[in-house]
Design a protein around this ligand. Structure first.
Ligand code: BES
Ligand code: MN
Ligand code: ZN
Length: 497
């Protein structure tokens, strides 16, 4: 779908979209169109449930005196409250609606809004939401019928600030590139995406000026990464640790901020095998690393003025004659030993070495890791919030605020000494699970905390967020790309020159 920006003018063809506020309050542009259409818009509203509420859409047949194909009224809610998220959601819902109706061309006519947004920001955010909803993962569908394919080819967004809108959109477009890259990676099945091929995907960021380096087993062995290597040893696909560096700050030597991702390209559970039903979902157990890679793409794409390190720990967790066994003891890069009482608690093992390595080599100002770490976070927070665990209140607050601003919500969960004591082991420095199922997500959190060496750190448990079973306005079902928007905002708000 091609997105363009133009000044306000009457379109000759396609569908026209105009905004309506709460209680059917026509925006000036909608009022002018209604007049031209002999009151057809007001009559159509009167005979429907459409009330101009946020998210409501009403399709109206164009009256005979207009050349356009159709008119869509878009509910904006209280006009004074229209914000970026409202317009993103509208853009996304419109794309779904117009594709559902088989339209090929549409023009959104956005006048000046009463809210806090400039006309340029309004137009750009609508376009951003529209693009996010166009995402599809169709590459393996070779027999798609015409009616299964999207029809919308052109979306024009009119405002009285087209040039400025295009400029604002340019950065959002790079952000969408990053989100789409994440969605692509997370969608790929385990036979296509495994540690080496995922590392190859990360390497493509070199085109944008990201320095990318992949550590193989030999290098990891030398560094003593026994925890990460232990998880990977049951697979014929060797593990990798990929380091990405985007040095965009004026001072290339300034301490970076670091993002670390869990990248289990398939999680069978290992010898502590998962039940068969639903196991196919574990192809997206690399969601944390997918987000880190997409985030690096978004930041490098818009040449963010910040030094950022991305580290992803890649392994496939398989049951095998060579796999780690329950009870095995691994020595991590930190020197701390880990009794592996459940091979299905593998994410924390690969992150233990990735976190230690990141702080040891890069001395970052802070680290944020992302991981589809626990089923328990789904029990607690469903698909509304990712779990946030942190040893630093300021960092936790900044992340929460960024999430609220972009509509990717976080809810802080506790780490405390009692949880930490629950993973003390009788035979090693710690064990990778506690004695019971209680507080499973916090147990994962305190385990990771033992590998951050006091650096300001946050762990985002995104097990409930990386994949969605239902369409949302800007997130079609499937891989969501959760976290890219949130962390891009977090960086933009606090860490750029
Ligand atoms: N990848 C899973 C967590 C998961 C579950 C992600 C459901 C997405 C959806 C993780 O490796 C895992 O298996 N965790 C175990 C931990 C337990 C053994 C302590 C879990 O949550 O059951
Ligand atoms: Mn697991
Ligand atoms: Zn896992």
């Amino acid at each position: 779908m091609k997105i363009s920006f133009a000044e306000l003018s009457a379109p000759k063809a396609g569908t026209i979209v105009v905004g309506v506020g709460e209680d059917r309050a026509l925006t000036p542009i909608a009022a002018a169109l209604d007049k031209e259409a002999g009151g057809a818009l007001v009559r159509a509203m009167a005979s429907s449930r459409f009330a101009g509420k946020k998210g409501q859409l009403l399709a109206v047949l164009a009256p005979a005196n207009l050349t356009v194909g159709g008119i869509v009224l878009a509910g904006l809610g209280k006009l004074a409250d229209v914000d970026a998220l409202t317009l993103q959601a509208l853009g996304g819902s419109l794309v779904a609606h117009l594709n559902g109706a088989g339209e090929s061309e549409a023009t959104v006519r956005l006048g000046a809004l009463e809210g806090k947004l400039s006309p340029a920001e309004a137009a750009a955010n609508l376009a951003f939401g529209a693009r996010l909803r166009t995402y599809r993962f169709d590459k393996y569908r070779t027999r798609m019928k015409a009616e299964q394919k999207p029809t919308l080819k052109k979306l024009a967004v009119q405002s009285d600030a087209a040039t400025a809108a295009k400029k604002v959109f340019a950065d959002l477009d790079r952000l969408a590139d990053g989100i789409f890259f994440t969605r692509d990676l997370v969608s790929e099945p385990g036979n296509i995406l495994y540690p080496e091929s995922l590392a190859d995907q990360a390497m493509t960021l070199a085109e944008l000026g990201v320095e990318v380096e992949a550590l193989d087993e030999k290098k990891m062995k030398k560094l003593g990464m026994g925890a990460l290597l232990g998880v990977g040893q049951g697979s014929v696909r060797p593990p990798r640790l990929v380091v990405m560096a985007w040095l965009g700050a004026d001072d290339k030597k300034a301490a970076p901020i670091a993002f670390v991702g869990k990248g289990i390209t398939f999680d069978t559970g290992g010898i502590s095998l998962k039940p068969g039903a639903g196991m196919e979902e574990m192809k997206w157990d690399m969601g944390g690393s997918g987000t880190v890679i997409g985030l690096m793409k978004a930041l490098a794409g818009r040449k963010a003025k910040v030094n950022v390190i991305g580290v992803v720990a890649l392994a496939e967790n398989m049951p095998d004659g060579n796999a780690i066994r329950p009870g095995d003891i691994l020595t991590s890069m930190s020197g701390q030993t880990i009794e592996v009482n459940n091979t299905d608690a593998e994410g924390r093992l690969v992150l233990a070495d990735a976190l230690w390595y990141t702080q040891d080599r890069f001395k970052p100002r802070l680290m944020v890791n992302l991981a589809t770490l626990t089923g328990a976070i789904l029990v607690a927070l469903g698909s509304e919030y990712a779990g946030l665990f942190s040893n630093n209140d300021e960092l936790a607050e900044r992340l929460t605020a960024a999430g609220r601003a972009v509509g990717e919500h976080l809810w802080r969960m506790p780490l405390n000494d009692a949880f930490d004591r629950a993973i003390d082991s009788d035979v090693a420095d710690m064990k990778n699970i506690s004695g019971d199922r209680n507080a499973g997500s916090s147990i994962g959190g305190v385990f990771l905390q033992r590998f951050v060496n006091g650096v300001p750190w946050a762990h985002l448990d995104i097990a409930g967020m990386a994949w969605s079973k239902k369409d949302a306005p800007t997130v079609p079902k499937g891989a969501t790309g959760y976290g890219v928007r949130l962390l891009e905002r977090f960086v933009a708000d606090h860490y750029e020159d």
